[in-house]
Design a binder for this molecule. Structure first.
Ligand code: FES
Length: 198
């Protein structure tokens, strides 16, 4: 092999090493870039700090409830059936605040008989107003017990109806809190942001 041929082989080897290093370097950038980009998206941490949370409603059937987290708090979204709504006024005499007069427990647009923007959807924080336990749903109507469906707190027995209104004679002092919310579309709810009106 001549000296010229040896030089050419050396040049080709150096060129290959340069390309290989560049490719490895780009791969490294790729590996670093993915977590960086994903950290720019609204994250669970950002939501915990207060970002609004979208709740798709398209697959929520009447009588079904979903639990979502907003600012680290549990929120119940219940799609109430017509029958559930009809029974609400029957509870009024047994409730501490049937007309939502404690204004800090809900935005003004939810201070009505159904405590909601749209009667069909109840949106309340899943935190008992006694000491903060998560109430359990009990939607079965039991006329013999005078129970029209609602929520039961497993810690000290507080009871709430299907508008999140607290019954008399239990430790919880107030109705379940309604967070700010609005409907972006018929089938999309946004918790944590409103327009100040229904
Ligand atoms: S925390 Fe619910 S009744 Fe005490």
């Amino acid at each position: 092999m001549t000296d010229d041929e040896m030089d050419q082989i050396d040049r080709n080897r150096r060129h290959f090493l340069t390309i290989a290093t560049a490719v490895t370097g780009l791969a490294g950038v790729g590996l670093v870039a993915v977590p960086f980009l994903s950290s720019l998206k609204p994250s669970a941490r950002a939501q915990a700090l207060g970002a609004p949370v979208e709740v798709p409603l398209g697959s929520l059937a009447p009588g079904e409830m979903v639990r979502v987290l907003w600012r680290g708090k549990l929120v119940f979204v219940l799609r109430r059936e017509e029958e559930m709504l009809k029974l609400l006024p029957d509870n009024d005499d047994q409730l501490k605040d049937p007309h939502s007069e404690k204004t800090e427990q809900q935005p003004a647009y939810a201070a009505n008989e159904v405590r909601a923007v749209r009667p069909e959807y109840l949106v309340v924080e899943g935190s008992c107003t006694h000491l903060g336990c998560a109430p359990i749903e009990d939607f079965a109507v039991r006329p013999a017990d005078g129970w029209n469906g609602g929520f039961f707190c497993p810690c000290h027995g507080s009871k709430f109806d299907l508008a999140g209104r607290v019954f008399k004679g239990v430790p919880a002092p107030t109705n379940l809190r309604v967070p700010p919310y609005r409907f972006v579309r018929d089938d999309l709810l946004l918790i944590g942001q409103d327009t100040g009106a229904a």
